[in-house]
Design a protein around this ligand. Structure first.
Ligand code: NDP
Length: 324
């Protein structure tokens, strides 16, 4: 069997997760990790290359998985590399996805490649489950609850507060609203009522805890209007108990097949490692991207456009026998 040759661009959390997931995929092999940093700066046993070598190695790579950040890297790297490679990325700035899709689509069309954009879990598997549940249950409401999990952006915002030495932030779904849905009640859902925020922070030596707490809970766009709990702990406790990157959540469709019969559709993820799971989704999408390109397709695609059979290493016949 010819293995699908994968390249990784960007070696942060996601890049490391993709490396692990490619090793678990029997139908794939890793050509190498490409980075803007000096290859010698990367701690990995995989072959490492400078990003400048990528285009020269175009014919050795079937799919390039872009692991850069959505705010700083992908807006440039996505459209640029789509003209030279089949690509997969996890662009997750939801409001900008339509414009990003158009840019990547143009490059991929020009180059004759397939680019799967915004893969992962949200956007990604959550989006797909919103689509499926709404298609099946046109009457009803869809709710997305995030967490329990660590939100990188919120943690970074707390670390900017004067008097804070280090911090993490967890997003917790409202158990009250989840219980109400399970009891068949309609709920008043807003992002702020559906989630509670928990902050664990280490204070600078001279900082006033009350003042720091007020600055955190009143931070516009992050904590104001949310129920926020702030807990001050030592650096040792933070390092010992809060080092992981867990996340997850659920998409719920509370649908009605007639006025009195409710159908509850729930898709749930509970992840020890957000980047490792996101990477695993991207690797399955890389298989699909390769196969779509083999079928002669070109242009940008999202998870909505991928026939599920193309995600699996198994043949359609095996899947019909084993999973249908
Ligand atoms: P990181 O910040 O860990 O990595 C982003 C880039 O920064 C890397 O590709 C790397 O590029 C560079 N970098 C990483 N570590 C270092 C370092 N020590 N020194 C200098 N540069 C470094 O981000 P993540 O991997 O955690 O996440 C990437 C994106 O994935 C996020 O921005 C988010 O948008 C998206 N995401 C999407 C999800 C979804 O469900 N759709 C879920 C989770 C994340 P280089 O090697 O070239 O220097």
């Amino acid at each position: 069997m010819n293995k699908i040759k994968v390249g990784i661009l960007g070696y942060g959390n996601l890049g490391q997760g993709v490396e692990m997931a490619v090793h678990q995929a029997e139908d794939m092999e890793l050509v190498g990790v490409f980075s803007r940093r000096q290859p010698s700066q990367l701690t990995t046993e995989s072959p490492t290359f400078s990003v400048d070598e990528l285009e020269k190695m175009k014919d050795q790579i079937d799919v390039l998985i872009l692991c850069g950040s959505s705010d700083k890297d992908l807006p440039k790297q996505g459209p640029y590399f789509a003209q030279y490679f089949n690509t997969v990325d996890s662009f997750d700035t939801h409001n900008d996805i339509p414009a990003y899709f158009n840019k990547v689509d143009k490059s991929a069309e020009d180059g004759g490649y397939v680019s799967v954009i915004s893969s992962g879990w949200d956007p990604g598997l959550f989006s797909l489950n919103r689509l499926i549940s709404e298609a099946i249950l046109p009457a009803g409401e869809t709710y997305t609850f995030w967490g329990p999990g660590k939100s990188q952006g919120h943690g970074a915002a707390v670390r900017q507060v004067e008097g804070v030495k280090d911090a993490v932030q967890y997003t917790i779904p409202s158990q009250k609203l989840l219980d109400e849905i399970n009891q068949g009640h309609s709920i008043e859902y807003t992002s702020t009522t559906a989630h509670v925020r928990e902050v664990f922070a280490v204070l600078e030596e001279d900082a006033d805890p009350e003042q720091v707490e007020q600055m955190i809970v009143n931070m516009e766009n992050y904590f104001k209007d949310y129920e926020t709990k702030v807990c001050f702990i030592s650096q040792e406790e933070l390092d010992r108990d809060h080092g992981g990157v867990p996340h997850g959540g659920r998409v719920i469709r509370q649908g009605y097949t007639d006025e009195s019969n409710q159908s509850l559709y729930e898709f749930r993820l509970n992840l020890d490692s957000n980047p490792e799971f996101t990477a695993a989704v991207n690797v399955a999408c890389a298989r699909a991207a390769y196969r779509m390109a083999e079928k002669g397709m070109v242009g940008a695609q999202t998870i909505f456009d991928i026939p599920p059979v193309l995600l699996s290493p198994k043949s359609a016949e095996e899947l019909r026998r084993e999973l249908l």
